[in-house]
Ligand binder design. Structure first.
Ligand code: TYM
Length: 334
């Protein structure tokens, strides 16, 4: 609790271009929840270097992502928006938690398996312990809730296990966090292969809607989206392409699948795809415009970076000192 409010933590990697999946699965919910909780939203650049990055490019992307958080509607006066690398407590707590996490647990992580298959020439130790750093992010702020897409649930479960293990040894040190999964959009699938997650690293440019795609591109990609030959706009697993488009439509318009199915009754796939594309444009365009405006305001973004890093650092240090004491590190002499 901070000032009587429950705490929320979440983060996003500054790698590649963000997709509609990142927006609907995470960012959009962050904005909705931001009034209710004391929120920490991090640009998780420590996680990004588990995959080889071009330094200048990473720096640029990290700044763009931080700016995008604000452009999407997070008020930096109310929400703590900061770079993970500016708060050393993340790395310090991560080391400690490494010693309370088992190899067997990390071996089971599907994201590790996927990423090591994709980057077979660079299966580094950081990639393996990535979920421990994620646990450290969350536990450092004693977060009650963590809004994420479905693909991060396994990491959240591990975070809870680590917290409970630590608490069972040392007493109530960490708040055990709950995941928050949005009603719609928790797993947006590829537009070209609806059995695969929409991902920023997809090689087929038509598979993903990028947050910065212009309206024409968005509409064109939806027109090309893979569907089926059922000629039925139904919400069911047997029609994964249509189901995914309905999910996107529902997440953009805050509707339930039943409402959406009723709305498109008797309509053809062509009209439906266009309507989904237009909904996405109407959600993304204001974010893009605000991003363009904010990007020019260097002084403002710089001030957010500085003030929020100090705030995050304050809360992080509080938890870290408690943990260091519990595990038996010598006290600091002032
Ligand atoms: P990342 O950067 O891959 O994704 C950021 C957020 O977007 C969600 N997401 C999706 N949601 C729905 N459909 C999709 N196709 C889709 N693709 C991505 C993700 O679930 C995530 O919520 N390890 C995390 C970042 C992280 C983190 C944390 C998150 C580091 N520390 C602490 C929460 C708390 C990651 O790589 O997310």
């Amino acid at each position: 609790m901070i000032d009587g409010k429950k705490v929320l933590f979440s983060g996003m990697q500054a790698t590649g271009n963000l997709t509609l999946g990142n927006y609907l699965g995470a960012l959009k919910n962050w904005v909705t929840l931001s009034d209710e909780y004391e929120c920490f939203y991090s640009v998780v650049d420590l996680h990004s270097i588990t995959v080889r990055q071009d330094p200048a490019e990473l720096r640029k992307r990290a700044r763009n992502l931080l700016t995008l958080y604000i452009a999407a509607g997070l008020d930096p006066k109310k929400n703590c928006i900061y770079y993970q690398s500016h708060v050393s407590g993340h790395a310090e707590l991560s080391w400690i938690l490494n010693c309370y996490t088992y190899m067997g647990e990390l071996n089971r992580m599907t994201q590790f398996k996927d990423k090591s298959a994709k980057h077979a020439d660079n299966i580094n130790a950081g990639l393996f312990t990535y979920p421990v750093l994620m646990a450290a992010d969350i536990l450092l702020f004693q977060a009650d809730v963590v809004p994420v897409g479905k693909d991060q649930l396994q990491h959240l479960e591990l975070t809870r296990d680590i917290a409970q293990r630590f608490n069972s040894i040392y007493g109530d040190v960490f708040t055990v966090p709950e995941p928050y999964i949005g009603k719609a959009g928790a797993k947006i699938m590829s537009l070209q292969d609806p059995l695969k997650k929409m991902s920023k690293s997809d090689e087929n440019p038509n598979a993903s809607i990028l947050l910065m795609d212009d309206p024409d591109t968005i509409i064109r990609k939806f027109k090309r989206a893979v569907t089926d030959s059922e000629a039925c706009i139904c919400y069911r697993d047997e029609q994964p392409g249509i189901k995914n488009l309905l999910d996107i439509y529902c997440a953009c318009n805050n509707k339930t699948p039943e409402e959406a199915v009723r709305e498109f009754e008797g309509k053809g796939y062509g009209d439906f795809k266009l309507a989904v594309g237009e909904s996405v444009v109407s959600v993304l365009k204001p974010v893009q415009d605000e991003f363009a405006r904010l990007s020019k305001d260097k002084a403002f973004i710089d001030s957010v970076i500085k003030e929020n890093a100090d705030k995050a650092g304050y809360y992080a240090t509080k938890t870290l000192r408690k943990v260091q004491k519990k595990v038996g590190f010598p006290e600091r002499i002032r």
